[in-house]
Design a protein around this ligand. Structure first.
Ligand code: SF4
Ligand code: SF4
Ligand code: SF4
Length: 315
């Protein structure tokens, strides 16, 4: 992966030197292993801070809405689809962006790694599909494929769908994955079991809104959960308030979610919040043959109407 970092630094330097962009958004090493941080570079002399490895799971499209500068942005497959969504939703213009595409082989789930080693992790390195974890008096080598975030394990759009420059040859897209196995399992439940499933799923939610804050789709100036006039949802961790937050947030993401996994990564208590958005992603695919962020030229299903659209639900 160090050749990826070299390539990103070289492109960033060139873009800043020749004034193509005012800023490059990429990643820098995090203060903790397995969590890299967004990095905003405005000075060509500082591009060496930029890195790349399998802990760059933050979706950098989150930092684009309403920006006025010209921006170079590092984009994995999912990020690139969220960038398309931002452009289509008029949050930024295509002309403002220089998209540095990164063919992606998936991001590592820090919780899976911690569970696998069961000890404090002091440093992590990777090469040839292996993750080497070291700590006080131990070193353990793990298979990256087994440590992937759940969304990355089933991702079928790893290559950027839009870019100005791509830093490597395309990676092979996965074709033999069942993207909706977990959603189908929930759909197959009886209503009472399904209700219990979601009650348990949300049981530990502390309403910190980290899932919302990490999501590039949640860019409203005032989120409905923060509105007080009118108040859409209570502020407590009462079950009804918590459910209302999650259901409404998921519906706001319908036809827009790219299953980037940023929401789930951000949750401090490990709630699999993608279960809500994936159901809507599956419905959009089945009802409208729609996947979010694949093209700048096609309007999303929720802002278009075709006479042949399914409309059984309004009869
Ligand atoms: S969802 Fe796909 S493109 Fe995004 S980080 Fe995972 S594997 Fe990469
Ligand atoms: S809802 Fe989650 S998976 Fe979907 S785009 Fe937002 S952060 Fe990514
Ligand atoms: S990040 Fe987790 S705990 Fe925080 S609001 Fe979202 S689901 Fe709840």
């Amino acid at each position: 992966m160090s050749e990826y970092a070299e390539k990103i630094r070289g492109i960033a330097k060139k873009l800043l030197d020749d004034g193509t962009v005012d800023m490059v958004i990429g990643f820098r090493k995090g203060t903790m292993p397995l969590i890299n941080e967004p990095c905003f570079v405005k000075d060509a002399a500082k591009v060496d801070a930029l890195i790349w490895d399998s802990s760059c799971g933050v979706n950098l499209a989150n930092y684009l809405p309403k920006r006025k500068e010209k921006i170079g942005v590092v984009a994995k497959g999912c990020d690139s689809r969220n960038i398309v969504t931002h452009i289509v939703e008029n949050q930024i213009t295509r002309e403002q962006l220089y998209i540095i595409g990164v063919p992606c082989t998936g991001m590592v789930d820090r919780r899976k790694v911690r569970l696998a080693v069961g000890k404090e992790i002091l440093s992590v390195s990777e090469a040839d599909g292996k993750i080497t974890v070291t700590g006080d008096g131990y070193e353990e080598v793990l298979d990256k494929q087994e440590m992937l975030q759940d969304n990355c394990a089933i991702c079928v759009h790893r290559n950027p769908v839009i870019s100005d420059e791509v830093i490597a040859d395309p990676v092979e897209e996965q074709t033999d994955v069942d993207r909706y196995a977990d959603v189908k399992a929930v759909e197959a439940m009886a209503p009472e079991a399904r209700w219990n499933h979601f009650e348990q799923l949300l049981d530990g939610c502390i309403r910190c809104y980290a899932c919302r804050n990490a999501c590039p789709l949640c860019y409203c100036p005032t989120c409905f959960v923060d509105e007080s006039q009118p108040q859409w949802v209570g502020k407590s961790v009462d079950k009804t308030d918590t459910r209302t937050f999650h259901f409404l947030r998921a519906y706001h993401c319908a036809g827009r979610c790219t299953d980037c996994g940023a929401c789930e990564r951000a949750c401090p208590v490990g709630i699999p919040v993608r279960q809500f958005t994936k159901k809507l992603e599956k419905d959009c695919k089945e009802l409208f043959d729609w996947e979010a962020g694949m093209s700048l030229d096609v309007r999303p299903p929720l802002d278009t109407y075709r006479p042949e659209d399914p409309d059984e639900f309004i009869k």
